[in-house]
Ligand binder design. Structure first.
Ligand code: SF4
Length: 274
C-alpha cells in the first residue's frame, strides 16, 4: 500500500487534501516536502533489531506532520510499517480508533486489560469492537489478583502496580513490532505538552506515532460530534480521563482532565508514555 502525506491543511480534523506527497516525498508537481532543501522527503526505515533510525529524519517527518491532519500521520505510519504498526488504545474515547480504521481497517489494536478497569470501560471496548470490527488484541498482565484479605499493589505501590499491569504487558505486546500509535495529546497535561507526532521510543526500540498530539480538547469534542462517535459511558459523569477504577475519580469544573488520575498523590503518569 502506498499512502501519501498531505502537504498543507488548515484544521487538524480536516479531510485529506488533494495536494499530497507521493511516496518518494515529492508533491505531484515535483516540489519537495520542506520546499527548501531540494531533497525528497526522507523515507525512514527502522525496525526492531535493524538498528537505530536516523533521528533527524524522524524529526523531519514529525515536523511536516505538524501542519497536516492526523490521517496523514496514520497514513505515513501505515505505509512505512505495514502490519508492524499497532495502535494502543485505552478506550477512553474512540477518536483515534475512528481515524485509524479509515486509513488501515485491519490495524492491530492493543488494549491492556489491567483487570482493574471499570465495567463501563469493558462494555465500551465491546461496543467499539463490534462497531469497527476491530482487530483487537486484549493483553492481560499475567499477574494474579490478590486473594481475600490480601493487599494488591495499587494500595501500596502504584508504580509497581502500573509496571506489572501496564508497562510490562505493553512491552510484551510490542515485542517484534515496528511502530506504535497512541492517542496522547499535548493538551491533556503539562507532562504531555511537548509530545512529538513522531519520535523514536528509546525504551522500547521502535517508532512511536502520536497522530492527534496537536489536537485540543475542542478538536476532540468537535470530531466526536461531527462523526457521531460512541462516547464512554463515564464521560458524562465527569470522568475526563479514565483509567483503572482504584486510581480514577471524576474531576470538577476547572480541574485538569488528568487531575482525577492517582488523585492525592504526586503520580502523574503510569509509565507507558513518560
Ligand atoms: S492505574 Fe492503579 S490499578 Fe491500574 S495498574 Fe496503575 S496502580 Fe494499578
Amino acid at each position: 500500500m502506498s499512502v501519501e502525506i498531505p502537504v498543507t491543511v488548515a484544521h487538524p480534523t480536516a479531510a485529506l487534501p488533494a495536494d499530497r506527497l507521493t511516496a518518494d516525498g515529492r508533491t505531484a508537481d515535483g516540489r519537495t516536502a520542506d520546499g527548501l532543501s531540494g531533497e525528497p522527503f526522507p523515507r525512514v526505515e527502522t525496525t526492531n533489531g535493524e538498528g537505530l533510525p536516523d533521528l533527524r529524519e524522524l524529526a523531519a517527518v514529525s515536523k511536516l506532520l505538524e501542519t497536516n491532519p492526523a490521517a496523514a500521520a496514520i497514513g505515513w505510519a501505515a505505509d512505512r510499517f505495514g502490519d508492524g504498526l499497532v495502535l494502543a488504545s485505552s478506550f477512553q474515547d474512540s477518536v483515534l480508533l475512528d481515524l485509524a480504521v479509515q486509513v488501515k481497517p485491519d490495524v492491530e489494536v492493543i488494549f491492556l486489560d489491567t483487570q482493574y478497569h471499570f465495567p463501563e470501560t469493558l462494555d465500551y471496548v465491546e461496543t467499539l469492537r463490534e462497531r469497527y470490527d476491530l482487530n483487537l488484541n486484549v493483553v492481560t498482565p499475567g499477574v494474579e489478583l490478590p486473594g481475600p484479605g490480601e493487599l494488591d499493589r495499587w494500595m501500596t505501590d502504584t508504580d509497581g502496580c502500573c509496571g506489572a499491569r501496564k508497562v510490562v504487558p505493553m512491552a510484551r505486546a510490542l515485542s517484534g513490532k515496528r511502530a506504535w500509535m497512541t492517542g496522547v495529546r499535548r493538551d491533556e497535561a503539562a507532562t504531555r505538552a511537548s509530545t512529538p507526532i513522531v519520535t523514536w521510543d528509546v525504551s522500547r526500540g521502535l517508532v512511536k506515532v502520536n497522530p492527534i498530539a496537536t489536537w485540543s480538547d475542542q478538536d476532540v469534542e468537535q470530531y466526536i460530534r461531527d462523526r457521531e462517535l460512541a462516547v464512554h459511558p463515564l464521560t458524562d459523569q465527569g470522568y475526563a480521563s479514565i483509567g483503572c477504577w482504584p486510581c480514577t475519580r471524576a474531576v470538577g469544573d476547572g480541574e485538569d482532565a488528568r487531575a482525577g488520575r492517582w488523585a492525592g498523590t504526586d503520580k502523574l503518569e503510569c509509565g507507558l508514555h513518560a
